[in-house]
Design a protein around this ligand. Sequence first.
Ligand code: C2E
Ligand code: MG
Ligand code: MG
Length: 644
Amino acid sequence: MEKVAYFDYCALVICILILASVISRRMTHGRVNRYYLATVIITFLTIIFDIWAITLDNLSAHNETLKYIVHSGYLFFHSLTIPLYITYLVALTDTWHVIRNHLFNTIVLPLPLIIISVLIVINAFNHKTFYLNDNFVYTRGEWFPLVYVAGFMYAVYGISYICYYKKLFRKSRFWALMSVFGLVTLATVFQMFYPRYPVEMFATTVGLLFITMLIQRPEENVDIITGLHKLTGYTADIKKGFSNGKHVHIILINIANFNSIRDMLGFDTTNDLLRLIAGKLAELNKKNKLHADLYYLDKGRFRFVIDSYYANDIEATASVINKALKRGVNIKHMDVNLIAHICIARCPEDFDNYETLMYFGERFSVDNDYTGEIVYAKYIFKKEQYDLHSNLDGIIENAITNKKFHVYYQPIYSIKEQRFNSAEALLRLVDDKFGFISPDIFIPAAEKSGAIHKIGAYVLDEVCSFIASDGFGKLGIDYIEINLSVAQCMHKELPELVLETLKRYDVSPDKINLEITETAASYSQNIMAENIGKLNDAGIEFSLDDYGTGYSNIQRVSTLPLKIVKLDRTFVNAEDNPKMFIVLENTIKMLKDMEMEIVAEGIETEQLLNKFADMQCEYIQGYYFSKPIPRDDFIAFVLKHNRA
Ligand code: C2E
Ligand code: MG
Ligand code: MG
């Protein structure tokens, strides 16, 4: 009875196609790819030996030795495919540390393979695993079931492994991985009953085909510009690491001046630059035998992820990287300087979850000054700050519902009138858990979440109720300044809100003054201009806050209906820089010529007070007189000082 070899021919064709696709897509680097490639190659050899063996059997050839060799070869390669496939699974789940650390695994993994190899060797002498019958045809011997037992052990081990790490895989991937075992088991059972039809190799290659289509897809995780793994790969791998308890060291590299480099070099050249840096890093990885996985996330952020097992020399490596990057990159005959922040982090020691690590990775180069030295996450990561930032939306919502926001007032002194003639309303938030939270932190968050509109309405309400209250008239305060953030300025309902609140408290529009910033002014959107126009028509005046911090656009500033310009604190503090002083003098002169009034903000000393008074600034605001204080304290303060 001749065996049917067609299934093997089909398997051969599929296997060759898989090999071609793996090689043409250059999926030959990295542990996962290497084990996969090895599995495919061994499958290929098994098919070749199977076809050879079947052909010899069908020819009823009498060359006994050759037949023994070919059948043994088939058996050996066939038994090798499953353990190789399991090593591929281990690489895929990134769980070498689990195998390494458990004696059970280190013994169980090679054991069945050893059994089969011994059986094959012994078979040359005792012919108990298989033999050639009287017609010189391959026949299974009495020990053959042992081969099945060994294969069965691997199948159980592999299936358990996939099930154990199930949560690491999407559904389709999970089933693709399982399909290999399912198909091979089915085929083995089939072949037991119908030995004429050897379908095992066909089933195996179909399983591998599923994997090639559903799992081995480099385009999903590889950045086309740098050739490194990309953000999606990084997040997937880091999550995987946390969930399977792997210890890793990460070298985080953030190029702080990436945006300006891109502005300067343009898109294409920046990509060339990234490619160069990636090449350099890959070279260092190889040279230092780090076995690191390299990633390019985005905006000049690179990552080295190293199994802690190999991370003995991590400091040395990081400093080699640091030196290399400090040298800069020469591209298109330009020397490009890189400001590369480099930080070493350990997981799970420094970060025990994915979110914190990602937050830190984005912030550490912004929150810490560049020193040129390597920094350590364990020293610079501030957990409370992270907790605060990640809970901010909740804190703000809670503060709104539980009335935790309070409006403070900072008196503003008029030099001409020699009294406090106005004040700035400033928000304060004291949270039960985090204590005092600066508006510089919660205002931007409230802008993002949209909570700013509720907060803004609250401030407006508070201020108007203060102005409308009995004692206010006696204070001699002409108006209160209220801050408007960009999001508020762009809000369609702003004029109605302001005018309605004034009306409700019967407050005259000249009792308040709205502060906008240059950033807000630089949005040339219609709504913004419309809002300001409407409010101005209703008799409300505007101040320009924080002047001198942004890219001051005089033309735009001159078109806005501004009465007052507030010089930013940074400007004021530049006193010991003579050139800055010239800028300051001329700025003041220019603003005066434009008939604007000037508030000097952040005045903390008498010396500064005098200096700005000499420069003809009308108003002074700062700690020299008072910090922002609660309403009652403010009343007491003004009553005391204005009377004197
Ligand atoms: P800003 O409008 O420029 O407010 C002035 C800031 O300078 C206040 O900080 C004030 O406390 C501080 N300051 C005043 N004098 C001195 C001084 O002599 N030395 C120093 N070191 N600082 C001084 P604060 O209260 O932390 O507010 C920060 C920013 O938050 C404000 O800057 C403003 O942009 C925003 N903000 C505060 N309250 C509100 C609000 O109700 N609505 C909106 N949209 N933004 C607000
Ligand atoms: Mg202000
Ligand atoms: Mg200001």
